[in-house]
Design a binder for this molecule. Sequence first.
Ligand SMILES: Nc1ncnc2c1ncn2[C@@H]1O[C@H](COP(=O)(O)OP(=O)(O)OP(=O)(O)O)[C@@H](O)[C@H]1O
Ligand SMILES: O=P(O)(O)OC[C@H]1O[C@H](OP(=O)(O)O)[C@H](O)[C@@H]1O
Length: 179
Amino acid sequence: MEGRLIYLIGPSGSGKDSVLDAAREALAKRGVRIARRVITRSAEAVGESAEAVTHDEFDRLERAGAFAMSWRANELAYGIPIQIDQWLAAGEDVLVNGSRGYLERARQRYPDLLVVLLSVRPEVLRQRLLKRNRETPEQIEARLARNARFEDSLDELFLLDNSGDLQETVDKLLRIIDR
Ligand SMILES: Nc1ncnc2c1ncn2[C@@H]1O[C@H](COP(=O)(O)OP(=O)(O)OP(=O)(O)O)[C@@H](O)[C@H]1O
Ligand SMILES: O=P(O)(O)OC[C@H]1O[C@H](OP(=O)(O)O)[C@H](O)[C@@H]1O
């Protein structure tokens, strides 16, 4: 039987990477793999949950069929390695840090996708992005503005609020996965 593909989405700064990092061990115990993304971002701003490549390398990988899914947003390109298809075919569950803008195409390719939308209250979101200090203030405003286009347009998903304590969010995510 095919494994489940869990597609975690949410505004930039809602905490997708933090939740995945905090849930890593509990997910591993459940046999859930986390896909390591390929991103055209500088190596220092990527960390262990992603691999940094240049735009040229990204395009070459994409043309070579290295990605199961790929999208562009926030002036960056993101790829999910094709390896996830082998894991799914082997019956393993896989969790990806996805994009709201790519959701429709992801559903076309994986009709049984389990979608989890992470959200935080708007005022908390701005504060967290500013505090993270990874983007310039202009880039942060552009990221916040991007959210308007997704308001009320996403459906058939599990809502996961991360305005509060991170561990509580992790526990809620695990309950969704275990249900
Ligand atoms: N529950 C929480 N409480 C307090 N701070 C949090 C919480 N969750 C995440 N953060 C902080 O908010 C910031 C944004 O989180 P994170 O980078 O994980 O978001 P993200 O959704 O992965 O964003 P992006 O899509 O831009 O990579 C980080 O500085 C992180 O430490
Ligand atoms: O706005 P949407 O389409 O949901 O997401 C666009 C992309 O931006 C974020 O990445 P990051 O903030 O660069 O790590 C998401 O993780 C996603 O890959």
